[in-house]
Design a binder for this molecule. Structure first.
Ligand SMILES: Cc1cc2nc3c(=O)[nH]c(=O)nc-3n(C[C@H](O)[C@H](O)[C@H](O)COP(=O)(O)OP(=O)(O)OC[C@H]3O[C@@H](n4cnc5c(N)ncnc54)[C@H](O)[C@@H]3O)c2cc1C
Length: 599
């Protein structure tokens, strides 16, 4: 496993130079604490913790996994101690509400820490990641009593959280879930049912676990309109706020799985467990969206992390490993062969990873700024616009980044040749760990339906227009910039084509609803490449401007422009295939009778 090195220069580039985080934070309600010095200090401290404490545990977590014992679930060696250090460092409280012990820093800053934690040890990062979603849900929908009882403990990190949606017969289709919630005389509810695949459902890192659970009240309407949301603690809180008696919720077994072994994936049995309603009756799924949206951006980070970690490992290897000679003559004449980084195909693999990781960072930080504005924007108008942009970008970030992040992780392994397949190097773990990103928090197929169906077609394209308008303005402002022409022209073209394709898909969908499902994943991937084109063009502009101004970091900025060029020449053309297949029609998918699949 490569030693993780936090990419601090690129983080700074995206935050400050691309997205002007200083101005952004100054414009937020309560953002004045996030001064540049404070931001730098937090990131530097977080980087140290990730490099020195969490990164060395990544392979340990994979090798040992979690175990279910009579005393509960044991996490891998070192996880518990690392979590303790994480809590002592104040990391769980960073972005939480100051009224309940939080530091009130912007969410986007928390995401930078999540990136570093998630890249160097994804399995570990899921424990605090789920607590964060649980915290947001209680902060948004909980009563004052819920907040005093649960939020303070979640924010301090003494307790952790989970999200309990999935049941054996349903994951994507939560409308059919069966877990029951019967009212008790004291205002609480008895929750009965089985939830599966619950990440961090049981472990030994914290004294209590707060489960946020979807269940049905007696007589609730069928489908998604009859689901309510409950808080079900592992230990019932005492009057003084401490964790008391065990509730009747327990881990029945741990899943054996392909990757993320250090994170406990639990079957959770609720046997009349005591719970409390959160949010209005039958509106549980709406409330749960707070959790799911946080988790979706969190999962997008998994794509970024997989690309970054694979890139760091494979870049070092490619400079070191000798094999054959460069096609244009020896580059290491004194050695027996040239380092593999001289070969065009190895460069293709390295640059793909680099461009995915850096583009993903730009997209996630951009999305995170929208989340900041939704939460702490100064005007209603600003909050509303950000909410729309966030809704539009979230499924793209989640699905596109986990798909191309997985591809990048595979390329990282490929650079190692046979050694990539061997456990010791950590590259095969990176591939195995990354694979789940395309499945949980709504599969790529489900994100694609959300994007094309709900976010784009149901708004008559308004949310898309909100984004393409920005791109159009950027293109217009830079139309006369000769140096940027190679980026602006194709960007303007795809921006226009995006709208045209949306119209065409929308028209065919009016005649046949199957067309939406048939086009959706291609539409989502196309949208991802289009968003990346915008971000890479903007990054190229920042870098070119810097070089015109004069800089001592010529190589850094030049590499940005060259990476942008690689993106436009060698990755953006993939959008053409997606454009063609999204219009290929549903017939070629739907005409075959079910029985004929077997022949
Ligand atoms: C390691 C791991 C951790 C997890 N952590 C959690 C957790 O913490 N909490 C939690 O609640 N759940 C968790 N999950 C569950 C996860 O979110 C679900 O597995 C996922 O949402 C998919 O649901 P499913 O497995 O039921 O697949 P299904 O819903 O049965 O889907 C099967 C396939 O059909 C496709 N499909 C289904 N419906 C449609 C449609 N309408 N159109 C097109 N395609 C469709 C899907 O895209 C998928 O490819 C976890 C799962 C794993 C493996």
């Amino acid at each position: 496993m490569p030693d993780y090195k936090a990419p601090l220069r690129d983080i700074k580039f995206v935050m400050s130079e691309l997205l002007d985080s200083e101005q952004h934070y100054a414009n937020l309600n309560g953002g004045e604490d996030a001064t540049p010095d404070m931001v730098d200090a937090i990131i530097a401290e977080g980087a140290k913790f990730c490099e020195q404490v969490l990164s060395p545990l990544n392979q340990v977590g994979d090798r040992e996994g979690c175990t279910l014992t009579e005393d509960g679930v044991k996490t891998p060696t070192g996880f518990k101690e690392a979590y303790q250090q994480y809590v002592e460092g104040g990391w769980p409280s960073m972005t939480a509400d100051p009224n309940y012990g939080g530091q009130g820093l912007p969410h986007s800053l928390g995401l930078v820490m999540s990136e570093m934690v998630g890249t160097c040890n994804w399995s570990f990062g899921m424990y605090p990641g789920l607590s964060h979603g649980c915290t947001n849900t209680i902060e948004t929908h909980g009563t004052e009593e819920h907040k005093q009882t649960y939020l303070t403990k979640l924010i301090s990190g003494e307790w952790t959280g989970t999200m309990c949606l999935t049941e054996p017969h349903c994951g994507s289709d939560l409308g059919t879930l069966r877990t029951k919630a019967e009212p008790n005389a004291d205002g609480s509810y008895s929750i009965t049912g089985t939830k599966i695949f619950i990440s961090a459902g049981e472990h030994d890192m914290a004294e209590n676990i707060v489960h946020v659970v979807l269940a049905r009240l007696p007589g609730a309407p069928e489908g998604t309109k009859g689901i309510s949301l409950f808080i079900v603690p592992k230990r019932l809180p005492n009057d003084d706020g401490s964790a008391g008696d065990r509730n009747t919720v327990s881990c029945g077994s741990l899943e054996h799985k392909m990757g993320i072994h250090g994170n406990a994936t639990c079957v959770m049995n609720f046997d009349g467990a005591k719970g409390w309603l959160i949010g209005p009756e039958n509106k549980g799924l709406n409330c749960m969206f707070t959790f799911m949206n946080t988790a979706r951006i969190g999962t997008a980070i998994q794509g970024l992390g997989a690309a970054e970690l694979g890139f760091q490992g494979s870049l070092a290897y490619a400079k070191d490993r000798l094999a054959m000679r460069s096609l244009s003559g020896p580059k290491n004449p004194d050695g027996p062969a040239d380092p593999i980084i001289v070969h065009p195909d190895v460069r293709r693999m390295l640059l793909t990873q680099k461009v995915v990781a850096e583009g993903a960072r730009a997209l996630i930080y951009l999305t995170a700024q929208q989340a900041d504005l939704v939460h702490s924007g100064k005007t209603e108008e600003e909050r509303k616009a950000a909410d729309e942009a966030l809704g539009f970008l979230t499924p793209i970030a989640k699905a596109f980044l986990t798909e191309i992040g997985y591809e990048a992780a595979n390329l990282g392994m490929q650079v190692f040749g046979g050694h990539g397949f061997i456990t010791e190097w950590g590259m095969e773990q990176n591939v195995r760990d990354a694979r789940i990103g395309m499945i949980y928090e709504g599969t790529t197929g489900i994100q694609a339906l959300d994007l094309l169906g709900r976010k784009v077609l149901m708004t008559q394209g308004e949310s898309l227009k909100g984004f393409t308008k920005q791109v159009h303005l950027f293109c217009k402002e830079n139309a006369d910039n000769e140096q940027l022409k190679e980026f602006i022209e194709p960007l303007a073209a795809i921006n226009k084509e995006w709208g045209d394709l949306t119209m065409k898909v929308g028209m065919t969908a009016m005649k046949n609803r199957e067309e939406v499902g048939a086009a959706s994943v291609d539409y989502l991937m196309y949208s991802g490449y289009a968003v990346f084109a915008y971000l890479w063009a903007r990054m190229a502009k920042v870098a070119l401007d810097k070089m015109v101004e004069g800089t001592t970091e010529e190589m850094f900025y030049n590499a940005k422009v060259q990476s942008a060029r690689f993106y436009f020449k060698r990755m953006l053309p993939r959008s053409k295939t997606h454009a063609e297949t999204m219009l290929a029609g549903a017939d070629s998918l739907m005409d075959m009778p079910e029985e004929a699949f077997a022949f």
